[in-house]
Design a protein around this ligand. Structure first.
Ligand code: ZN
Length: 561
């Protein structure tokens, strides 16, 4: 195909939602900002005057590239199953919808399988030409930098390989229109030089890349420990972390409290890793997971023949943790008889295997965790008071996730990295809308719930697609049905303008036929009788519009006759 037609952009226009009540505009899941072209112009010319045209050009190329990449993630979602050219047209059409430039495709040949691409597009009304010529007069070199970056970013992300554009003609240089041509980097004779424009060549960007490389290497190393490190920067989190750090320097018994799922084991491991015991074992026991008659032999070990079935002597977890840390999770669930034995071990610093006659010295730091109120458990007779005093020496309350909303995003990003590497899938990030939904969730299940949601999101998002709100919360309606209400929360967009009109029509007893006929006539009037224009207004094709008009005329004749 040489000069493809752009399909209707009605599907795209429906993705734009104004949520003026809370100061936000959405394009699907991306937050957008309506900026005055004059503001962008002044930013652009100040950049040129301060850092020079070459640096400004690169900066804007890269900014445009990032915007194009974002829009490419939408293309396959919005027009699934449509012919490839229509899917691709999302980019040029969004570029128009976003008010950047008018795009007319002149040539478009693409084959993602084979990796081949050749596209030529004509540009009119480029905002960059307008502002540049006004500020600096006619130019010898093309000036549509951000636009060009957008085309390269969009096409590269869409094709999954670097495709770069050149502006072969620019209105700023006296051409009638701007014109761009895009090809795979390798097919440009000067491809290497072109791609250098997008290279992170400044020291700053290099450092940033190194930092992210170190971070990803670090997370790979930690992948074996699927509990991950402690992530957060909120005040509540830092208070807990500070207490933990102080405890790490001593051998004090630590009691971690807080709701289920806040990550008590993660904190216990963090404490161990920060302590001088870090090269010795960290042993975890879940007191609620073992049946009452097994827990004692698990904790304290057993000699051969100590009880039915104990065919050989074996050490308990206390002995295994010697020199290191023993984490007793859900301590509140420990049976009373085991509580008595545990108390003795803590008092004597020695453990006696079941059926043994002699105690063995152990050097173990105890970290206990519970989501029960131990004082209440003592009152109801379920927990020994003397044991509580031994354990509750240095309590640390791990805050619930809803109490540290600032940590949700860094945690989610950390988990995303972990699950994308676990599932070997490329998922570039979260949409703004997904992050917004995460921030507004109540998190009854805390960090564990967040882990589950992010893993589900990674699995549900398409390859190369960002995790959206409906991937995290499948009970939420899909993107197109969603809007943001006055309170800034996501909800089904039942209150769109169409719904308002529909309710009004019902109240006033207007029939569907009358509503249709009025709507069609209003569109004809507004377009001054231009059938094609009226059809476009209603998202219809010209034949569909003409059919409906005929039907209305026939109806009117019927009712008159
Ligand atoms: Zn131009």
């Amino acid at each position: 195909m040489t000069a493809p037609q752009l399909p209707s952009d009605r599907d795209l226009r429906r993705l734009v939602q104004f949520s003026s009540g809370d100061g936000r505009i959405w394009l699907a899941g991306q937050r957008m900002v309506l900026v005055h072209a004059a503001a962008l112009s002044s930013l652009r010319s100040e950049l040129i005057n301060t850092i020079g045209p070459i640096a400004t050009r690169r900066l804007l190329l890269r900014a445009g590239f990032a915007a194009g990449e974002q829009d490419a993630a939408l293309a396959r979602q919005i027009r699934p199953g449509r012919p490839l050219q229509e899917m691709f047209a999302v980019g040029p059409q969004l570029h128009m919808l976003e008010g950047s430039v008018q795009v007319t495709p002149e040539l478009l040949n693409l084959d993602p399988e084979a990796g081949s691409f050749h596209g030529i597009f004509r540009w009119d009304h480029s905002w960059e030409v307008e502002t540049h010529v006004r500020d600096f007069g006619p130019q010898a070199e093309p000036v549509c930098w951000m636009l060009l970056g957008y085309a390269s970013g969009y096409t590269s992300a869409f094709m999954g390989r670097p495709i770069l554009y050149k502006e072969v003609a620019c209105e700023a240089c006296g051409a009638a229109s701007c014109r761009i041509e895009g090809r795979p980097v390798a097919e440009w004779p000067d491809g290497e030089q072109l791609s250098r424009d997008y290279d992170a060549d400044s020291m700053l960007l290099k450092l940033e890349n190194l930092a992210s490389e170190v971070q990803s290497l670090r997370s790979t190393l930690q992948a074996a420990d699927d509990l991950g490190p402690l992530v957060g920067h909120s005040r509540a989190f830092n208070v807990a972390l500070d207490l933990l750090r102080k405890a790490a320097a001593t051998n004090v018994t630590v009691l971690l409290t807080g709701e289920t799922g806040v990550g008590k084991e993660r904190f216990a491991r963090g404490l161990h890793a920060m302590s001088s015991r870090k090269d010795k074992p960290f042993i975890a026991v879940n007191c609620a997971a073992l049946p009452g008659d097994l827990i004692e032999s698990e904790l304290f070990g057993a000699e051969k023949g100590a009880y039915t079935g104990s065919a050989a002597s074996r050490p308990g977890r206390f002995e295994r943790a010697d020199g290191g840390t023993l984490f007793l999770d859900e301590l509140g669930e420990l049976p009373l008889s085991a509580q008595a034995k545990l108390l003795r071990v803590l008092q004597d610093g020695a453990v006696e295997r079941l059926g043994a006659t002699q105690a063995r010295k152990v050097n173990v730091r105890i970290v206990a965790a519970t989501n029960l109120d131990l004082a209440a458990a003592v009152k109801s007779g379920r927990f020994r008071q003397d044991l509580m005093y031994r354990i509750d020496v240095y309590p640390i309350l791990i805050p619930a996730l809803r109490e540290r909303p600032d940590d949700i995003e860094p945690l989610a990003l950390h988990l995303l990295q972990r699950f994308t590497s676990l599932h070997e899938k490329t998922v570039p990030g979260f949409t703004d809308r997904a992050l917004d939904a995460l921030r507004h969730h109540d998190w009854p299940g805390n960090v564990r719930e967040l882990e589950n949601l992010v893993e589900r999101g990674v699995i549900l998002a398409g390859a190369g697609e960002m995790v959206d709100a409906c991937h995290l919360f499948p009970s939420l309606p899909s993107r197109s049905e969603m809007t943001v209400n006055q309170a800034g929360r996501l909800e089904r967009s039942a209150d769109g303008p169409a719904a308002t009109v529909a309710r009004e029509a019902l109240v006033r007893g207007i029939s569907l036929e009358d509503l249709e006929s009025e709507l069609i006539q209003a569109a004809m009037q507004a377009s001054e009788g231009n059938l094609s224009a009226a059809a476009r207004m209603l998202g219809l094709t010209r034949p569909q519009m003409s059919y409906r008009l005929e039907r209305i005329k026939a109806r009117d004749v019927d009712s008159v006759g």
